[in-house]
Design a protein around this ligand. Structure first.
Ligand code: SF4
Ligand code: SF4
Length: 296
C-alpha cells in the first residue's frame, strides 16, 4: 500500500511513497519502441562507488575518468560538490550506442534504479534513516505500458542495486546529516568543499594524501593500513568517508597522533625560521655585491 508523501511536484514523479513490497507495472527490453530514449537525455548523478565501477570498466584512472566523463555541479545551496555523467551537446550519455549501454554491467546506481526514484529519509527523533521509493513516469518511457508487474524489492534485486546501496550507505547518510543540520552549519569553507570532493570522488588524490608524510605525522595507523590504502580502491573510498565524517562532522573514529597539531605548528615555525634566515642571507649577499659594484 502506498502513502501520500510530500515530494515537490514535478510532472514526472508519482507523488506517493512505494513500500518495498509495492508492485509497479514496468518492463524495459531491447525491442521496446523507446529503446535508448532515456540515455539520450541523461542527467545522471554519480555516487563514489559508481565512479570506481565505471573507471574500472573503462580501464582508466579516477583522474582521467573525472576529467573526461563527468561534469561538476552543486548539490545544494552551500555549494556541496557533486558530479554527473558528461553528455554530448544533445544531452546523450557518452556510453550509449545502438546496442544500448556500453558499460551496462557497471552502470551507475541511478540508471539501475530507473524508473524508481529513491531517497534516504530520517523521521524526526529517529536514530536511523530509511529508504523511500517512488515512481518516475516520463512520457518518452514506454516501459510503463508493458504488462509485467514487479515489486520494488524484486526490481532492486533484478537490477543488482543492493551492493551499491550498501557500499554508498555511509556516504549517503553523510549527505542526510549535512541536509538535516541545515543552516545551523552554514556554508562550509572552500577548503572544506575541496576536501569533500577529494574524499568523495577523487580517490587518486585521496590516495596521495593518505600516503603523504603529513597524514602519517597526524594519524596513528599501522603498516597494514597503508598497504591496503595503496592497493585497494574500495577500502580507500570507504576510508575517505570515515575521514570526511571525522574532519567535517567531528565523528572521531581514526586515531590521531598525540601532539600532532602542536608538532605541525613547531614544524611550521622551523620552516618559517629557515626561510627567514635564507632571505636574510640573500639580502646580505645582494648588499655586499652592490658595495663591490660601487667600489669597482
Ligand atoms: S550509463 Fe548506460 S544506462 Fe546510464 S545513461 Fe549512460 S548509457 Fe544509459
Ligand atoms: S523503457 Fe524507459 S528505461 Fe527502458 S529504454 Fe525505454 S525509456 Fe529507457
Amino acid at each position: 500500500m502506498s502513502e501520500k508523501f510530500d515530494i515537490p511536484f514535478k510532472s514526472s514523479f508519482v507523488p506517493a511513497v512505494l513500500e518495498p513490497g509495492a508492485k509497479i507495472k514496468f518492463n524495459c527490453h531491447k525491442g521496446i519502441s523507446c529503446f535508448n530514449a532515456c540515455c539520450k537525455h541523461a542527467d545522471i548523478q554519480l555516487t563514489p562507488y559508481d565512479i570506481l565501477r565505471l573507471k574500472d570498466n573503462l580501464g582508466i584512472s579516477v583522474t582521467d575518468f573525472l576529467k573526461n566523463h563527468t561534469v561538476p555541479f552543486e548539490m545544494d545551496k552551500d555549494g556541496l560538490p557533486g558530479v554527473k555523467l558528461r553528455t554530448d551537446n544533445e544531452g546523450a550519455c557518452l556510453f550509449v550506442n545502438e546496442e544500448g549501454c556500453s558499460v551496462y554491467k557497471d552502470r551507475p546506481t541511478a540508471c539501475r534504479y530507473y524508473p524508481i526514484g529513491h531517497m534516504a529519509m530520517r523521521e524526526a527523533g529517529a536514530s536511523d534513516d530509511e529508504a523511500r521509493y517512488f515512481l518516475i513516469q516520463e512520457d518518452h518511457c514506454k516501459g510503463h505500458e508493458e504488462g509485467r508487474e514487479i515489486s520494488v524489492d524484486d526490481y532492486r534485486q533484478e537490477q543488482e542495486v543492493e551492493a551499491y546501496d550498501q557500499i554508498n550507505r555511509e556516504w549517503l547518510q553523510l549527505m542526510l546529516k549535512k541536509k538535516s543540520a541545515g543552516p545551523t552549519i552554514g556554508r562550509p569553507s572552500d577548503t572544506s568543499l575541496q576536501f569533500f570532493f577529494m574524499c568523495s570522488y577523487d580517490t587518486d588524490r585521496l590516495r596521495r594524501f593518505v600516503l603523504s608524510d603529513s597524514f602519517r605525522a597526524s594519524y596513528d595507523m599501522d603498516d597494514a593500513f597503508y598497504e591496503t590504502m595503496e592497493k585497494e580502491d574500495l577500502a580507500l573510498m570507504q576510508f575517505g568517508v570515515r575521514l570526511l565524517k571525522q574532519v567535517l562532522f567531528g565523528d572521531v573514529t581514526i586515531p590521531v597522533k598525540e601532539n600532532a597539531a602542536e608538532k605541525r605548528v613547531e614544524e611550521r615555525k622551523e620552516i618559517l625560521e629557515m626561510r627567514r634566515k635564507a632571505e636574510a642571507e640573500l639580502h646580505q649577499q645582494k648588499q655586499e655585491q652592490q658595495m663591490k659594484d660601487a667600489m669597482s
